[in-house]
Design a protein around this ligand. Structure first.
Ligand code: ADP
Ligand code: MG
Length: 321
């Protein structure tokens, strides 16, 4: 295949990520040879981004490279795993060197930030599509899951959900916001920061964890369902960034925090007895997370406001007119 010409791969991907001693053989052979730490569980994930579906076709190539790895890092963060090795399957309509250089730079910078080595991949011709597979480690039996929460556990979320959805609306010109908020919201969409360090630390505290990629309410509902409990989120407790509030007002911002996607934050449950130590060891103002609700007996996901349950129509809330 013309596009998998060794020179292109050499130039753009060979030294893009971190260098790690546990990579016995990286890019260049038919497969990589990797040496996982003895006794660790290997945690594996993959995510595909299709042009026009998961990113806008005209998106900056560096942002596409960043996102392709970030969505996978976020999955490993939700498992409490430490990321180590990535593989990249790249389908490109043509080999445009400027595009490849920027894409590789975006992916490489985030990989180095998290000490991830790019150990292999595949390059083919076709409609633009990017798949990253990410491998990482957790101590045996200690990886976090969606399904460990119990009724009575406290629910937390990291970051300020809703920002990325507003950033996407800005990119699509469905929203206009004050200039001061614009760059922040755009960046929250274009360059998500997966909560890898927080995820790893949460292994010691969380009973269940999920990453918020499809909207906080829906994803908290998935955690609750996997744990066979109900989840209740308190509308007034949702953490809203100044910028989102400036863009949408308090009401709109809270609605978007519940339903907007692409946050790549962590939503996690902690048994009440463990909460004091969590707050002491991982100060919320430093680690950037907020208590937003609780897990309860029963099933389903609901939002409580001023003591009463809010109604949501299935057609969804109209954020941008
Ligand atoms: P093969 O025909 O054996 O699949 P390729 O030419 O596809 O060989 O790949 C050669 C080497 O380059 C392999 O080590 C492969 O893992 C690596 N590679 C190919 N494409 C990529 C890519 N997009 N990113 C990282 N490594 C890649
Ligand atoms: Mg190949």
């Amino acid at each position: 295949m013309a596009l998998s010409e060794t020179s292109l791969i050499e130039r753009y991907f060979r030294s893009g990520g971190a260098q790690r001693p546990d990579v016995a053989l990286g890019i260049g052979d038919d497969a990589a040879i990797l040496s996982p730490p003895a006794g660790s569980d290997l945690i594996a994930t993959t995510d595909t981004l299709v042009a026009g579906v998961h990113f806008l076709s005209g998106a900056p190539p560096a942002a596409i490279g960043h996102r392709a790895l970030a969505v996978n890092l976020s999955d490993l963060a939700a498992m409490g795993a430490r990321p180590a090795w990535a593989l990249l399957a790249l389908t490109l309509p043509e080999a445009r060197e400027a595009w490849l250089a920027e894409f590789a730079a975006g992916l490489g910078a985030l990989a180095r930030e998290h000490r991830v080595a790019l150990v292999g991949g595949d390059t083919t011709r076709g409609p633009l599509c990017v798949t990253v597979q990410l491998l990482g480690f957790a101590p045996p039996g200690r990886a976090l899951r969606r399904g460990g929460a119990r009724a009575g556990d406290v629910l937390f979320v990291s970051g300020s959900p809703g920002d990325a959805a507003a950033g996407l609306a800005l990119e699509q010109q469905r929203l206009t916001v004050p200039a001061a908020a614009r760059d922040y919201l755009r960046e929250r969409f274009l360059l998500p920061s997966p909560r890898v360090a927080l995820g790893e630390r949460l292994r010691d505290y969380a009973s269940a964890c999920i990453d918020v990629s499809d909207g906080l309410l829906g994803d908290a509902g998935k955690l609750a369902q996997a744990s066979a409990v109900a989840v209740e989120i308190c509308f007034e407790e949702l953490p809203i960034s100044e910028e989102l509030e400036a863009a949408l007002g308090d009401e709109g911002a809270r609605q978007l925090a519940l339903s907007g996607g692409d946050d790549y934050e962590l939503c996690f449950a902690v048994a009440p007895a463990r909460v004091p130590e969590l707050l002491a060891q991982l100060p919320p103002e430093r680690w950037g997370y907020t208590r937003i609700g609780a897990l309860l007996p029963g099933s389903g996901a609901r939002v409580v406001r001023g003591g009463t349950v809010m109604e949501f129509s299935h057609s969804g809330y109209q954020h941008f007119s």
